[in-house]
Design a protein around this ligand. Structure first.
Ligand code: FES
Length: 104
């Protein structure tokens, strides 16, 4: 498993809000909801849509292409047309810094 890497400052991600970041040459989306941080691949499992451009409501992100919804806490696909989870990654906060550890 990879190390935690710094990706953003806490102040860069409003609550609620999200930020597209690059981590080890991969695009991932960091979410900030109710004081908690979560991270998913910027990839919808239906057809590769950019989840970071989707609409965030509570802990649910909707793919901007065809509307599939994912749980930002787990990456689980909640609605069609997506049927498979997208990858989620560990997040930690130390001071003002947000860190992500990519899942393998
Ligand atoms: S690409 Fe995301 S719902 Fe189709």
């Amino acid at each position: 498993m990879s190390d935690f890497l710094p990706v953003a400052a806490v102040s860069e991600i409003p609550d609620p809000g999200k930020l597209l970041v690059e981590c080890q040459d991969q695009l991932v989306v960091v979410f900030h909801v109710d004081g908690q941080f979560y991270c998913l691949d910027d990839v919808c499992t239906h057809d590769g849509g950019p989840l970071g451009e989707g609409e965030l409501k509570g802990c649910v992100i909707a793919c901007p292409r065809h509307g599939a919804k994912f749980d930002i806490r787990t990456g689980a696909a909640l609605t069609m047309p997506a049927t498979q989870a997208t990858r989620s990654h560990e997040v930690k906060v130390e001071g003002e810094q947000v860190y992500v550890r990519l899942s393998s």
